[in-house]
Design a protein around this ligand. Sequence first.
Ligand code: M6R
Length: 609
Amino acid sequence: MCGIVGYVGKEEAAPFLLDGLSKLEYRGYDSAGIATIDGTKLVVEKCVGRLAALKEKIDGHVPKGTIGIGHTRWATHGRPADNNAHPHTDGAGRFAVVHNGIIENYLPLKEGLLKKGHEFKSETDSEVVVHLLADVYDGDFEAAVHRVLTMIEGSYSLVFLSKDHPDRLICAKKDNPLVIGLGNGENFIASDIPAIISRTRRTYILNDGEIAVVHRDGVDVCNFAGERIDKKVFEVNWNAEAAEKGGYEHFMLKEIHEQPKAVRDTMSQRIAKDGKSVVFNELKWDKDFLDSIDKISIVACGTAYHAGLVGKTYIEKLVRIPVEIDVASEFRYKDPIIDDKTLTVVVSQSGETSDTLAALKEAKRRGAKTVAITNVVGSSIAREADRVIYTWAGPEIAVASTKAYTTQLVAFFMLALYMAEIEGTQPSERIAELIAALQKLPDDVSRTFEDMEPIKTFATKYGFNEDAFFIGRSLDYNVAMEGSLKLKEISYIHAEAYAAGELKHGTLALIVKGVPVIALATQKSVYEKTLGNIKEVKARDAVVIGIAAADDTELAKYVDHVIKVPATDELLIPILAVIPLQLLAYYAAVTRGCDVDKPRNLAKSVTVE
Ligand code: M6R
């Protein structure tokens, strides 16, 4: 996730900018840069790699000036490279801009600017902002920024620096965090509190739709309509470590709560303006291409494999193409039956998992067409695959994968809709209905958190049990598998996921009085059957926690506790139903005193076979 810093005051800006960016390093990044105003000159220094590389680059000629901005970039549009690093400048070197988020309409804006003669130096969506600013500027910096904000669509936190106005920074926020640190004769801007906490604890937290003009002696805040806003000072009382986690106790909990935004970002730019179709500019497949494929093979590990299981259902239900799925470590050695009529989809959050990368190479060696679903731009898997669908979840720091999983499901869902439309396997009304449900999803994810207190209570109560079972049918079974992995991984409780209908073929022997069973019953098509299986475990005195849709009126009669998630299309409900399971694992691990973010024996990126 990108990091932003800004400084205006009486001291040299660069030392603060570099120090502030170093406090954001934990968030992950691939390039860094700063810009200051030295007298009448705008000075920009940036490069790919770690901050250490930037410091080395500017050693002996650190940019001077008492006003400046800085940025660490986590690549989305455009690979990690010097020219894609922020700050971006206009052609005349009058303005510099740093940006977090996604400018959704950057392509048409860029085309218009190119026609007017603007020359672009990067492949990023962000650069369009600074050219727009230069384009509309007529001497009034604030007015030009306001004008730019009416032209861009998407999510952003932005900080603008102007050589003609060396006494102020202007920043704006929409769907990305931005905070202003209030000092004495100096003020700070940052995307996150850790960057400024060593200099001040007095802050303004900007809300969506707010713009701030930051001088060394004052800060003026208004809304996008230009109306003045009186901000209340927020005193930060977190320590530096808590600040890195945004006030959450662990990265995992923070990342679980980032899912509404992660889901929204993954959908961003991939739904047509009329809301009726999915757009994948990164694929550009047509009917001929899809007709040349007679099966799809999904390959992944761990949580990404569980996402693939859901993806298989999405594709088979909506596109009616047969889908095989393998864990990558097995695929490599099974002499897979794939050829040039196979489309291999590999899934990997990190894009570096050794088994998945090897499987991808094996699929290519056998002639398969390939596409990667990954979260890391420029990763080995992204570079190796023919095509890439990025999940824009932002960096995931906790070993346990959470927002990566939900965004992988979103990517698969959109891929299935995209293919269904090309193949004509679903009526356009059904596609529009599913897209409407998808557009509602980020809000549904937010609402899911509203009623999660019972999960905490349940986890605290049963956290010391040594076994737990997860059951469900159809997509609920796939989600059960992910819930079970999460619990094992971070709480070290032995957990098993079972297809609910399969219990009686062996596992039911383990269900005795007091054993916790988490039963998912969100799938209407198999609801009655699942209820029957829940009665089987209840009859053996298991303690059952049921996960159901908000409109469910039955389940409560048969289980000990019910957790409701917002009702939506049954294909999308896994993205909501997994959230209580992530929280269950989290709170169980906390109850047991486990190292939640770094569970024993595990690594975030598994780069060995
Ligand atoms: O980076 P990848 O998605 O390729 O990683 C795959 C698995 O190692 C990963 O999902 C693992 O299972 C997680 N720790 C589960 O939370």
